[in-house]
Design a protein around this ligand. Structure first.
Ligand SMILES: Cc1ncc(COP(=O)(O)O)c(C=O)c1O
Length: 481
C-alpha cells in the first residue's frame, strides 16, 4: 500500500504531520478500497497520458519529470539566505522549523549555484514558481468550464475508436454489447449503427428503454428475475426478449409471465448466478416443457475477464468454456453467450461476446493488452489546496465514482483517497511548501475512474467532447430498475 501511495508524497512532510497524512491515507484506503475484486481486475490506479483534446495546457516538463530541481535533491544547491528566510517564515506561522530537503530545494533558483541570492534572482525564482504552478494546472476548454462539476465527460474520438475496434474484431452478431456499462440509449444507437444489433441488459429498465427507443431487435436480459410484475412488463415489450434462467423457479416465473425465449444460465466459476453445468440439460427440458423456446446457454466468466496476464486469461477462459460446452451438449440451441471486454479476443467458444466496458473503458481495464482506450472521465474542480502538506482536493468523490476497483487516477498526480464528495491528491512532482506546483483553487482536473459501470450509474448525463469542445450531451437514461 505504501508503494501505491508513493513515498515522494511525503518528501517534505515533517514529523507528526507526516504521520497524520499517512494515517489519513491508510484509513481512506481501508474503508473505500477493498482491493482486488472477484473480477480479478486489479485496483491499482493507472497513469494515463494527458488528453490534448481536454487539456489546454501542457504539464511543464520541469514539473513533471526529474528535472533540474530533482538533480538538486542530491546536491543541495539551495542558498543560505533562502533557507534562513524559509525557516523564519515557518517559525512565524507556527510550522515545524525543520524543513524537508525537498521543500527547501523548491524554494531555490535551480539555475543558480551561488551561495546567496540577490533581489533579481528572488524575483526570477518567484516567477518560475508561479509558472510551474500554472503549468501543472490542468486547464480545459472554455465550453467545459461552464459545466457544473463533477461532470461525466466522454472523449468522442476515443469512443469512436473503441466502437470501431470492437466492430472490426467481432462484427454483427458476434458481439452483443452489454448496456449496463453505459446505460445510455444514445450510445446504444452508435453501437447499433456500427453493426451490433442485439444487446445484453442487466435490468428491466435497460430492456424497457431500449425497446421504447426502437432498439429491441434482440434483447437478452442476462440476469435472473422472479418478480411477476417485471416479467409481465418484459413479456409485453415491443421487442424480441430472451431471459436467463438457472432454476425451476425462474423458468416457472418466466413461463407464467408469458415470456417466450430463454437461455440456460450456467455457472462457469464466478460465484454468482447460473446452474451447475450438469443440471443445464434437465433445466432446458423443463423450460421446453413449459412452452419456452431454449435458444442455448450463457456463462459469464467474470472472475477471469480482468486477469492482466494474457496467457493465464486465455487458459482460464478455456477452462470456463469447457464447462459451458458440457452444459451446451445437454441444452442444444445455437446461442452460446459469454465473455466480456477482457476476454473478447480470447474466448473462442462463445458465439457472441457480452462485452460492455470496451466502449467507455476504465483504468482497471486499461492495464490489459486490449485495443480499447479510456474515453470516460470526470471533470472536477479543485476546491481546496493544502500547500503546506502538499495536497489538493477535487470536488468528486465516492458519490460520483465507482470505487470497487480502487482509486481513480489523475494525470501527473497520486490520488491519496476519496471520501463522499472529495478526492485528495498530490502532484507526482511532490511538494510540501508554498512553492508547490499544486493546481490552484477553482481550476479543473480530469479524473479517470477505475470502474466504468458504477461510475456512469451515478450521473444523469454525459457530455461528449471533441476537439476540446462539448459537441453533444447524452442522458444516462437507462439508470434505475
Ligand atoms: C453477465 C455479464 N456479461 C458480460 C459482462 C461484461 O462486462 P465487461 O465488458 O464490462 O467486462 C458483465 C459485466 O459485469 C456481466 O455481468
Amino acid at each position: 500500500m505504501g508503494d501505491a501511495i508513493g513515498a515522494d508524497a511525503f518528501a517534505g512532510a515533517v514529523g507528526e504531520e507526516a504521520e497524520h497524512v499517512l494515517a489519513v491515507q491508510i484509513v481512506g484506503i481501508d474503508r473505500h478500497v477493498p482491493g482486488i475484486g472477484i473480477h480479478g481486475r486489479s485496483g491499482a490506479p493507472q497513469q494515463e497520458a494527458l488528453d490534448p483534446a481536454l487539456v489546454g495546457d501542457e504539464i511543464d516538463p520541469e514539473v513533471g519529470t526529474e528535472g533540474p530541481q530533482l538533480s538538486g535533491r542530491f546536491q543541495p544547491a539551495f542558498c543560505r539566505d533562502q533557507e534562513v528566510a524559509l525557516r523564519r517564515r515557518r517559525q512565524l506561522v507556527g510550522m515545524p522549523i525543520a524543513v524537508g530537503r525537498r521543500a527547501l530545494l523548491r524554494r531555490c533558483c535551480h539555475q543558480c549555484n551561488a551561495p546567496t541570492h540577490g533581489a533579481a534572482e528572488r524575483l526570477e525564482e518567484r516567477r518560475s514558481v508561479s509558472e510551474r504552478r500554472a503549468s501543472a494546472t490542468m486547464k480545459v476548454h472554455e465550453s467545459l468550464n461552464a459545466l457544473t462539476t463533477p461532470a461525466l465527460i466522454v472523449d468522442g474520438d476515443v469512443l469512436e475508436h473503441n466502437l470501431t475496434a470492437m466492430a472490426m474484431a467481432l462484427p454483427g452478431a458476434r458481439c452483443r454489447p452489454h448496456i449496463k456499462a453505459h446505460k445510455t440509449t444514445e450510445l446504444a444507437r452508435r453501437q447499433r449503427a456500427i453493426g451490433h444489433v442485439g444487446f445484453t441488459c442487466a435490468t428491466t429498465r435497460e430492456m424497457v428503454g431500449l425497446a421504447a427507443a426502437g432498439l429491441g431487435d434482440d434483447l437478452l436480459l442476462a440476469n435472473e428475475v422472479v418478480d411477476a410484475e417485471i416479467l409481465t412488463t418484459l413479456a409485453n415489450l415491443d421487442a424480441r426478449v430472451t431471459i436467463a434462467v438457472d432454476s425451476e423457479h425462474t423458468i416457472e416465473a418466466a413461463a407464467r409471465a408469458g415470456l417466450k425465449e430463454c437461455l440456460i444460465d450456467v455457472n462457469v466459476g464466478l460465484p454468482r448466478c447460473g446452474c451447475l453445468p450438469d443440471d443445464a440439460g434437465h433445466l432446458a427440458d423443463l423450460a421446453r416443457a413449459r412452452g419456452l423456446e431454449v435458444r442455448g446457454v450463457m456463462g459469464y466468466e467474470g472472475h477471469v475477464v480482468g486477469l492482466t496476464d494474457r496467457v493465464e486469461r486465455e487458459h482460464q477462459t478455456a477452462e470456463c468454456m469447457a464447462q459451458l460446452a458440457r452444459a451446451h451438449l445437454g441444452v442444444g440451441g445455437d446461442v452460446i453467450s459469454a465473455g466480456g471486454t477482457g476476454t473478447f479476443d480470447c474466448n473462442h467458444f462463445a458465439t457472441e461476446i457480452q462485452a460492455g466496458s470496451y466502449a467507455l473503458m476504465d483504468t482497471t481495464y486499461r492495464a490489459l493488452d486490449i485495443p480499447f482506450r479510456p474515453a470516460l472521465s470526470i471533470l472536477a474542480t479543485i476546491v481546496s489546496v493544502n500547500a503546506r502538506n502538499g495536497y489538493a482536493v477535487a470536488d468528486c468523490g465516492l458519490k460520483s465514482l465507482g470505487m470497487d476497483h480502487g482509486n481513480p487516477s489523475i494525470d501527473g498526480a497520486t490520488v491519496w483517497f476519496c471520501s463522499d464528495e472529495h478526492t485528495t491528491f498530490s502532484t507526482d512532482d511532490g511538494s510540501t511548501d508554498n512553492g508547490a506546483p499544486l493546481p490552484e483553487v477553482g481550476t479543473r482536473v480530469q479524473v479517470w475512474p477505475a470502474h466504468v459501470d458504477p461510475t456512469v450509474a451515478y450521473h444523469e448525463r454525459m457530455h461528449v467532447v471533441e476537439g476540446g469542445a462539448i459537441v453533444d450531451t447524452w442522458a444516462v437514461d437507462l439508470r434505475g430498475w
